[in-house]
Design a protein around this ligand. Sequence first.
Ligand code: SF4
Length: 376
Amino acid sequence: MKFVDEFRDPDVIARTADEIRRLADPGRHYRLMEVCGGHTHAIYRFGLKDVLPPNIELIHGPGCPVCVLPMGRIDDGLALAREPTVSFTAFGDMMRVPGAHGSPLEHKAKGLDVRIVYSPTDALKLARANPDRHVMFFAIGFETTAPSTALTLMRAKAEGIGNFSVFCNHVTIIPAIRAILDSPDMRLDGFIGPGHVSTVIGCRPYEWIARDEQKPIVVSGFEPLDLLQAIVMLLRQMKDGRAEVENQYRRVVPWEGNRAALAAMAEVFELRPYFEWRGLGFISQSALKLRDAYAAWDAERVFSVAGVRVTDPKAAQCGEVLKGVLKPAQCKLFGKECTPEHPVGALMVSSEGSCAAYYNYEHRKTAASLRILTPA
Ligand code: SF4
């Protein structure tokens, strides 16, 4: 398949892995964080850990939007779904995320009007087609998905569609990286920068990481060779004593970002003073809310929202895994009480969640090889 096979070529992968081994100082342990959940998924899916030398440790970052959403926000959104005239709409990866009283899918099973949509525009279409219902879109995601929510709200306003609103949970990536760097239990040598978010924000917002924190960061694509090349670029910087922002994903990511998408976001959203992140706590100016001009489409203002706060089950160690302090399999519930079929935490739900990615690729692989070694 053109444009994909080239990034999965086994010979080039082997040569790039050799290059990584040449560049990595055997006397040093490297801790590199891949910020994006899509990268975590790709790392496990393609077994990239297996081609890296053992002194290169990949730490999974907070870039899975479903995983960092606190349970209370899910409960607040689902409380609105109990209003008799409200249709709750969300992306499919939200449907199995557990709230304190069940997931959206479980609410649907109880008869509430909960629907999967593929885009916020689909939710707006539903509102147009069902004038007797109020269609609420549960918006989630980083700067990657925020522009499509913004454009949908602009269209709703232009058309004067009054039976549509957005429950906004959009978050921004830079304050989360700052919180991780400020965390006393975190030691990192560099970052694999998020590919999707950077298509919107570009590379410039990362410059402080290199300048002030002296950490190299390489924005990367999602194919095996993208990620391996990003690691080569990080190791080269460290070998040369450089800390810079580099763009491995130039075929998609413009250095200055997507100006039209940024303009749509600026028209519709403003920063919240603070927002709670699962595992990271409250982070100031880390999330978006609708501007006053869009108050009529803001579910938090159209309805009364309780602002529920729910603590994770005591034994769940999602916070430590989210911060990269623990590996997924080190959580006491991993693979026992918490599995993709019965998730306790959100990291086990989304395909970008590190626990789900680890379970689906590493854990199942290990279980299968154990079965081969110990035939019945
Ligand atoms: S195994 Fe489950 S409970 Fe433990 S960190 Fe992962 S998602 Fe959270």
